[in-house]
Ligand binder design. Sequence first.
Ligand SMILES: Nc1nc2c(ncn2[C@@H]2O[C@H](COP(=O)(O)OP(=O)(O)OP(=O)(O)O)[C@@H](O)[C@H]2O)c(=O)[nH]1
Ligand SMILES: [Mg+2]
Length: 315
Amino acid sequence: MGTSANDRKVVSLPLNTTKTPRITVIIPAMNEAANLPHVAARMPAGIDEIVFVDGNSTDNTVEVARQTWPDAVIVQQTRKGKGNALACGFEKATGDIIVMIDADCSTDPAEIPRYVGVLVAGADFAKGSRFIQGGGSSDITFMRRIGNFGLNAIVNILFRTHYSDLCYGYNAFWRDAMDVFELPATSATGPQWGDGFEIETLINVRVAAAGLDIAEVGSYERDRMHGVSNLNAVSDGIRVLRTIFAEWRSHRRSTRKVRPAHTADLEPVKTLTTQSPVAVTVAVPVASQPAAITTESLTAMLVDTAATVDQETAV
Ligand SMILES: Nc1nc2c(ncn2[C@@H]2O[C@H](COP(=O)(O)OP(=O)(O)OP(=O)(O)O)[C@@H](O)[C@H]2O)c(=O)[nH]1
Ligand SMILES: [Mg+2]
């Protein structure tokens, strides 16, 4: 934060550290019973806490979760949607480092050490990316790839970031990064903005706007193993677009800058062992750099587009 791309150290371990960070993994799940044993099989040893957030599953997801992770904190979400599930999970998490993964086997828990590695190396927020070295996807469709690319480009222009994969849900961060998420209260009644699949975008733009150090981590997304997707590319894509413009408007009115100070008393992370070898961490700083593309005309076009996006309508 506040450093140029040249100043930033992405791979150095923090010095003068005294404490090992505790790691919490948050798993939101709705009807994922058949997938959970496969997720567990890829979980590295050395995870301190699993917070499992059920979305009123109608299969035996909760029972399987209890059998699979007897020590897990199991939470029922308070409203509907993945965003609300994550907010409920964040509230219960006690770790120093919090990792968000999916329960459908798309995100590989064996990659967690990559994320932890870049956080311990100094990043505030480790952002998974399918589109940098070390990343990939057998799951993303052509249309989703195009949509993600377009939304990603808009965010990079408006927030002067260098994200390569805006809408990917595999991320990790130091717990004090949550201060800038400002997610809707879990106790609120009725649907809230941020409750749905726009959650990742909301978090990504807020951490960038707050000036946190963000490092991308190459991640490979597999096909969902069992069950069906809950995501609708069109309606959820529109929610993401509305989120971007709403956040941009509010960011332009705000001068907020927050710098977490989490690495001061931490020692290098414990060794996490995985059942299969994980490739070398690939991390690139993405925020607080000058945007690669910024033109008056493009901004004007985006402002026009923003005006057509009704951010005040009901969720
Ligand atoms: N608790 C909870 N979990 C949810 C909800 N919606 C989705 N999830 C979980 O969030 C994760 C991602 O959801 P998916 O439906 O796989 O969406 P996606 O990964 O973006 O889309 P696909 O690539 O098509 O699988 C999975 O673990 C889901 O079970 C929800 O409303 N509540
Ligand atoms: Mg999925």
